[in-house]
Structures are given as C-alpha cells and as structure tokens.
Design a protein around this ligand. Structure first.
Ligand SMILES: *Cc1c(COP(=O)(O)O)cnc(C)c1O
Length: 395
C-alpha cells in the first residue's frame, strides 16, 4: 500500500476525529520510525509519550511475546499474578497505595473521580481542577478538563467541577466550599502548554487539603514513568498526593491505565462499585512490568535528567539566536518552547526534515523524546530545529 491509498481508506471508513499528518507509520525502533514508503524519521514526540521508552523496546517486546503464548486475558473475578506483581511495583515505587487497573488515561481519571465521590458520601462531590488542564475525553473527564474547546457541543456535562487558575494558591483556596471533596491537577500541564507547578504552590495546596480533608489527585498520565527525570512528577515536590493516575508510558506502548490511591482511602471503592473488563490483563501487565524493569536496569531516570538538562541548554542556546523563541520551560524530558507566533509551520517544516515534534496551545512546541534518547539524537534534532527557525525568520 501507499500513503494515498491508506488516506483514501480513512476518508471512506474512519471517523474524522483526528487532525492528521499525511504520514503512514509502519515501523519503529527506539527513537526512529519509518513510514510506508520507507522514509526514516526521528521521533521527538512518540505518541504523547506512550512510546516513552522508545518504539518496540526489546524488554517490552519480549515480555509481550512470552506472555501472549501463555494467557492473554484473565477475567478480574479470578486472580492474576502479573496484575498483583505490577500493583506491587507501582505501589513500592510511589507512595505505598493500592492500584486499580483500566485501559487508558481517561478511565484512570474516571476511577479517581468516582473514588472521590464515594469518599464524599453524597455530601461532598465537587472537584476543583485547573484552567488549561487536560484530563481526557469521556464526559466526566471532559467536564474536569479546563479548556472550553474540548467541551464544546457536549453539554450537559456531568456537574460538580470547578476550574481555577493553575499555580495560583489563592484562587484554589477561594474556590473551596462545603461541597469540595477533591482537587485534581497535573504537576506539569502537558496539553496546557508545559506549565510547571511551583513547589511553593503544591506544598500549600497539600497543606490546605490536609486541613480540610480534601483529596489531592495528581494526573500523572503524561508526567509519570520517568518523563520528568523522577519516576513520578510529584517526587520533585516533597509532597505526596492522595491519588495518582497513570497511562501513556505505563505500558511501554500497550494500552493500560492505572489509578493509585493512598492506603488510607484505597478501600473506599468496594466490590461491585467499579470495574473494567480488560483492566490489568496479563498481556499489558507483562509489558508494564518490563517497562519498569527497563527504567530501573537501564538507568533511564538518570538519562531523562541528564539528557533533559542537555536539551534544555541547547534550546536556550537557540533562544539566544532566535528571537521568535519566548521561553523554554519544563522538567526532564518534558519540554515546551513557547514561540511568539503560531508553531504549526515549524512543526510542518521539521516534518519535512524528518523530525517529529508537536505543538500545543497554538504556539508551544512540545518535545517529549523517549527517555532513552542520546546526545547524538538531541544534536540532530537541534540542528534541524535551528535550520527551520532560521528559515522561518527569513534569516
Ligand atoms: C493523555 C492524557 C489523558 C487522557 O488519556 P487517554 O489515554 O487519552 O484517555 C489525561 N490526562 C493527561 C494529563 C494526559 O496527558
């Protein structure tokens, strides 16, 4: 098949819910991907970090290969040793809570929202979330998301959500009422433009939650699994949330989501109160266990930190040279470059030079390379970006 034939099939048979780049990807290895005509690309935005360990990480591939010969699905009314082991690994590498497994980020957030509602016992139900946040595309997570463009046309949405300015402690404090049961936020907003929460802000929010018996929920779907140079984003802040949601890199590429709740609230959801048919099946759990193992055995947290710093420095060098760069921000390998203009053309020109990146909020270039990225990869990407920015400014 050729690119055009695939696009024609999409036009005929696939719902047009995505804005798509006219590239048909068929193969990936590490930071490289190939299209159906055999062209090679450098992937600095592997599926919103789903392939955050690089495409087809050998440990993940082998785990899936082994497991699919044994058992692919175990219904959750039986015990599944891989789910048990994975829950242990997630719990021991975070704050010692218990885990609910599902298949995506939105579902993980739904689970957190449902736990909070049960915790509120019908008296408290309101969840405060942040402007510019992104929590998913199901109705409740759309309601939780603080971006109007994502809600448009879908009302009535589930009620009980309130949005306040991110990184503004007074705003969240003022929004708390007698019905508030939880505050939900991303420690670094991804879709919102790579906005990093300050330590002061999060420690104050944590204290406030403690004082008022409000649950603090961190959506770590994008920031989790080494992205920021720590296993989870909250670990940079010296506080712990009451709940944390994971997906994206969690499965090393396969669809898995998880909601982790602190031990003291983890038994709030009782048998029959929540479920997911596919949730935590042995196939995806084996992949996720391999992902954790890769991070540990290959020193990927150190790599994310070191390469993140290297890339940050390189981008700041570019900032000196190109006035169209307003700011470079982020943490580890979750990096945003704010431009003084729309970024779509830069993304397009990078694509022409076989570099895949993303742009969010119109003018924030987003880089989230696999946490296995090397200096050589970064140098190549920066060379392309420099070239593109030079052309863009007519230099
Ligand atoms: C991607 C993402 C989600 C939604 O995850 P899906 O798997 O697409 O449902 C939620 N929150 C954040 C922060 C995300 O990055």
């Amino acid at each position: 098949m050729k690119t055009k034939e695939v696009i024609d099939l999409y036009d005929k048979y696939v719902m047009p819910t995505y804005k798509q780049t006219p590239v048909v990807l068929v193969k990936g290895k590490g930071i490289k991907v190939w299209d159906i005509e055999g062209r090679e690309y450098l992937d600095f935005f592997p599926g919103w970090a789903v392939s955050g360990l690089g495409h087809c990480h050998p440990r993940v591939v082998n785990a899936i290969k082994d497991q699919c010969k044994k058992m692919i699905h175990i219904p959750n009314n039986y015990y599944n040793n891989l789910q048990a082991r994975l829950a242990g690994v997630i719990s021991e590498s975070s704050f010692g809570g218990k885990v609910f497994f599902c298949n995506s980020g939105a579902e993980a957030n739904e689970a957190a929202i449902k736990l909070a509602r049960i915790y509120g016992q019908g008296k408290r139900f309101e969840i405060i979330t942040m402007e510019k946040s992104f929590h998913g595309r199901t109705l409740a997570t759309v309601a939780a998301t603080g971006q109007d463009k994502i809600k448009k046309g879908f009302s009535p949405l589930p009620s009980g959500f309130r949005h306040v300015r991110f990184n503004d402690f007074q705003a969240v404090k003022d929004a708390i009422g007698p019905q508030t049961v939880a505050i939900m936020l991303e420690p670094i907003q991804g879709e919102g433009g790579i906005n990093v929460a300050s330590t002061d802000y999060l420690s104050k929010v944590r204290k406030l939650c403690d004082q008022k018996d409000i649950l603090l929920i961190f959506d770590e779907i994008q920031t989790g699994m080494g992205r920021t140079g720590a296993m989870f984003g909250y670990q940079h802040y010296g506080i712990i949330p009451d709940m944390m949601t994971l997906a994206k890199t969690l499965g090393g590429g396969v669809p898995i989501g998880a909601m982790v709740a602190a031990r003291k609230i983890a038994d709030t959801l009782k048998p029959g109160s929540h479920a997911s048919t596919f949730g935590g099946n042995p196939l995806v759990c084996s992949a996720s266990l391999a992902a954790f193992k890769a991070i540990e055995k290959e020193g990927l947290l150190d790599n994310a930190r070191n390469m993140g710093k290297y890339m940050f420095d390189q981008l700041n060098e570019l900032k000196k040279r190109h006035s169209m760069i307003k700011e470079v921000r982020g943490m580890g390998l979750m990096i945003g470059v704010e431009l003084n203009r729309e970024g779509a053309r830069v993304v397009e020109k990078c694509l022409k030079r076989k570099l895949l990146i993303n742009c969010t909020q119109g003018n924030v270039l987003r880089f989230m390379p696999p946490i296995t990225v090397t200096k050589k990869n970064i140098d190549k990407a920066m060379k392309i970006l420099n070239e593109v920015l030079t052309i863009e400014t007519g230099g």
